[in-house]
Design a protein around this ligand. Structure first.
Ligand SMILES: [Zn+2]
Ligand SMILES: [Zn+2]
Length: 313
């Protein structure tokens, strides 16, 4: 009888452990410290002006301060379509798809927002963007997920179709949302330096990289001081695409396969990641979503990317 009771107790304990541990095949550890994830996108900066510039002239906060607190990537790429909407969709879904770049098409499959919200209905996710067209990334045309498990959105002047807004407004809104809502999964898009580069203003393009570098640092400081985020937040800072290198038309445009368009920056910091490390293996935009699914312990079906296991301590 005692033996049977012991067996039953063991079964209960094993069942309990299974229920409360992550049920995924890619598990690195069941004890991730990350509770919140923020992706921050500097729209359309070339690698040669960010981490690829060893003087770090235009990204002093990212390349000196934030890089020392996490990992910086030497070989990180958008290997899909090098436009804004497909680039953001790649990082949010782990899949490359040439989504219409003007905000008139819903992604044909859900992103991490919907899978995360489905898994954790009581947690909060936010999609915050200077570019209104990115609002479509909160939803999908997949009939099983359409209009379900949606992220909160704060995009453009007043949502889809309203036009772009200044990055300073996006910073203020982001600081307010982080401080008051303390969301668990967030993407923040700053439209510069892409917006100014398209006007063929070379000096403005460089100035805007430096400006967004300082805006990102404002967000980073909040996560280091606010008790809702401190020591439990993982941050990915990247670009949706680069811009043509000089042999392929130069900085003012982007959208093809050239190295200038494909190579982008990635900085990753968080309680589960190494500090002061440079990663030289090849990774790409579609690897961000599966890494987040691993950190936050939820299923991400159909991803073409891989967990960036080198990041982990
Ligand atoms: Zn873009
Ligand atoms: Zn190009």
């Amino acid at each position: 009888m005692q033996k049977l009771a012991f067996k039953f107790t063991s079964l209960v304990i094993v069942g309990f452990l299974l229920f409360f541990s992550c049920q995924k095949t890619t598990i690195i550890s069941t004890k991730h410290l990350t509770e919140k994830v923020i992706i921050i996108v500097m729209d359309g900066a070339r690698f040669s002006e960010t981490w690829g510039d060893s003087s770090h002239t235009f990204t002093p906060n990212l390349s000196n301060i934030i890089a020392s607190k996490g990992c910086a990537f030497n070989e990180f790429y958008n290997n899909g379509d090098t436009y804004t909407s497909p680039g953001h969709l790649a990082m949010l879904s782990g899949q490359y798809y040439n989504l219409n770049n003007s905000g008139t098409e819903l992604p044909p499959f859900p992103t991490i927002f919907q899978y995360f919200n489905q898994t954790y209905p009581n947690k909060k996710s936010w999609l915050i963007a200077s570019k209104d067209k990115l609002e479509v990334l909160a939803n999908t045309s997949d009939t099983k997920y359409n209009n379900l498990h949606l992220a909160n959105t704060d995009c453009g002047i007043s949502g889809l179709g309203s036009g772009y807004r200044d990055d300073s407004i996006t910073l203020q809104n982001s600081l307010n949302i982080l401080a008051n809502q303390h969301p668990d999964l967030t993407l923040i898009n700053f439209r510069e330096p892409d917006f100014t580069a398209h006007m063929s203003d070379s000096l403005g393009y460089l100035n805007q990289i430096k400006k967004v570098d300082s805006l990102i640092y404002e967000l980073f400081k909040l996560t280091e001081t606010n008790t809702n985020f401190k020591e439990k937040t993982t941050i990915f800072i990247t670009n949706d695409h680069g811009r043509h290198n000089d042999l392929n038309g130069g900085y003012s445009n982007h959208g093809d396969n050239c190295l200038g368009c494909r190579q982008i920056m990635l900085f990753a910091t968080g309680p589960d990641f190494k500090t002061n490390s440079v990663i030289s293996s090849n990774y790409e935009l579609i690897d961000i979503a599966p890494t987040i699914a691993e950190l936050m312990c939820f299923e991400l079906p159909n991803s073409q990317g891989k967990v960036m296991s080198e990041l982990f301590k």
